[in-house]
Design a protein around this ligand. Structure first.
Ligand SMILES: Cc1cc2nc3c(=O)[nH]c(=O)nc-3n(C[C@H](O)[C@H](O)[C@H](O)COP(=O)(O)OP(=O)(O)OC[C@H]3O[C@@H](n4cnc5c(N)ncnc54)[C@H](O)[C@@H]3O)c2cc1C
Length: 458
């Protein structure tokens, strides 16, 4: 049976992996990459899967979130991770690569593959609906295509700038200091609230004002000026001692049930906290919590130091730090299935950072799944997703099922995985248990898929 080519748009981390998976399944691929004819503001070369900033894929050990994701990809036959392993440089427990050699090797492998055709041009729009296509144009998707995507999805919230608050693992919040409540008791007690007295608030403010900022890239400075309505928390702090208390740290209407059942307004006013940091649930299962209004440009180490001064967050583990940078991503919970197919056009798939995952290994993971499913569509087979107990499955289920409206990109982290059947207090053992379950379930899922394919050949 001869099958038509799958189109992959973008030869970054996700597109390179996707193209390889399609070709390895015996399906021709037409890979379209705009570099070097059109440059992105962050890429420097014309090679494939370029690492635009750090040369590290994150921790190597599989009892760390990034390491587990790499290990799953290794077991699934990822080309990008295999090539990263082959070009690794010493990096004290992380998978870091000689970026030039690694990218050159990947480019050559795809150029030599008999089923891969490469075209260097900017794709301005989506191909026809019946063309199986993987969209993998990343956080710096060219303007013409990004505008087309806005029109195609009918959504203005195809985001162009990522102003995200830090997210912490709910298990690491000290609930002896924090309390659950909604402002003025409206609805359920949906928020976690961390109250501060005046001396604590002043110390916190001082630390915010003196903390070190990350440098914005030139192309980001222009985008950042559009974001007056979403100011970094340190900028609010600079505007006056009480500005945060009239904004996201407003204490009014919040009452810790442990303060007793008091109705007298004066007593309530006298008792209430000087400021309150609120955390809002980020995932369906309530394992991840984001600090409301804390989008920030502070360096990551500084965020950890300063935000741990908030009562209740002294031991908090950050699964994602706050960022403010250029980042084109789709409102994936509205648009995508966990198979990475669009809900309204099932022959169109998305992969990589444009789906709202974050980080190099996560982009490769999206490329693996979208490429595998694109090939399956071309071969007349059913598409599949991976269980949310695996790190790849957890990421793809998160982006396609997260609460919509407040959707923000997510890196791999253990908070995304369903809770273990029993609570394990020791962190290393807990992460080891997540790893063992993930690798076991990955094996079962792939075996199950193989048996379905044998029983129901295309
Ligand atoms: C400035 C910056 C720094 C980052 N640093 C890190 C980091 O240090 N560590 C980390 O883990 N993550 C980092 N990330 C996040 C993310 O992991 C990377 O952006 C990663 O490269 C995403 O992979 P991708 O395949 O989705 O996109 P990309 O790797 O960017 O690939 C997209 C490809 O599509 C091409 N393209 C775009 N538009 C078109 C078009 N219209 N037609 C044809 N081709 C097109 C681009 O040229 C590019 O080759 C960073 C992101 C940015 C923006």
């Amino acid at each position: 049976m001869s099958v038509g080519p799958v189109v992959v748009i973008g030869a970054g981390l996700a597109g390179t992996e996707a193209a390889w998976q399609v070709a390895q399944a015996g399906v021709p691929v037409h890979l379209i990459e705009m570099r070097p004819l059109r440059r992105s503001p962050a890429h420097h070369s014309s090679e494939f899967a370029e690492l635009v900033c750090s040369n590290s894929f994150g921790a190597l050990s599989s009892d760390r979130a990034a390491g587990l994701l790499q290990e799953e990809l290794r077991r699934l036959g990822s080309l990008v991770i295999r090539t990263a392993d082959a070009h690794a440089v010493p990096a004290g427990g992380a998978l870091a690569v000689d970026r030039g050699r690694y990218s050159a090797a990947l480019t050559e492998i795809l150029q030599r593959h008999p089923l891969v055709t490469i075209e260097r041009r900017e794709q301005m729009d989506l191909p026809d609906a019946d063309q199986i296509t993987v969209l993998a144009t990343g956080p710096l998707t060219s303007d013409a295509l990004a505008n087309h995507l806005r029109a195609f999805t009918g959504r203005d919230d195809c985001h162009f700038f990522d102003a995200a608050s830090p997210i912490v693992d709910g298990e690491t919040i000290d609930m002896k200091k924090a309390f659950r409540a909604s402002r003025y008791d409206k609805g359920d007690a949906d928020y976690i609230n961390c109250p501060m007295d005046q001396p604590r608030y002043k110390d916190f403010l001082g630390a915010l004002l003196s903390a070190e900022q990350a440098e914005l890239k030139d192309f980001e400075k222009n985008s950042a000026t559009f974001f007056e309505g979403c100011l970094p928390i340190e900028e609010l702090a600079r505007r006056g001692e009480d500005t945060m208390r009239y904004g996201p740290l407003k204490p009014i209407g919040l009452w810790d049930p442990r303060w007793g059942d008091v109705n007298d307004r004066d007593v309530r006013r006298a008792r209430r906290a000087h400021a309150v940091v609120q955390l809002r649930q980020e995932d369906r299962d309530g394992r991840l919590w984001n600090l409301v209004g804390f989008q920030t440009n502070l360096k990551w180490g500084e965020q950890k130091r300063v935000l741990r001064m908030i009562p209740g967050l002294e031991q908090a583990e950050f699964v994602r730090f706050g960022v403010m940078h250029r980042n084109t991503f789709l409102e994936a919970p509205e648009l995508l299935h966990p198979t990475l197919q669009f809900r309204t056009r099932e022959r169109l798939l998305a992969a990589g950072q444009i789906t709202g995952t974050e980080g190099y290994a996560a982009a490769v993971a999206g490329g693996w799944l979208a490429g595998t499913n694109a090939a399956r569509l071309a071969l007349g087979q059913s598409t599949f997703d991976l269980p949310p107990t695996t790190m790849i499955g957890a990421l793809t289920h998160f982006v396609s099922e997260a609460p919509s409206g407040k959707f923000q990109p997510m890196p791999p982290n253990f908070g995304l995985l369903p809770a273990l059947p029993e609570r394990i207090r020791d962190k290393r053992r807990r992460y080891g248990a997540y790893r063992d379950r993930a690798l076991n379930d990955l094996l079962l899922a792939t075996q199950k898929q193989e048996s379905v394919d044998v029983a129901c050949p295309a």
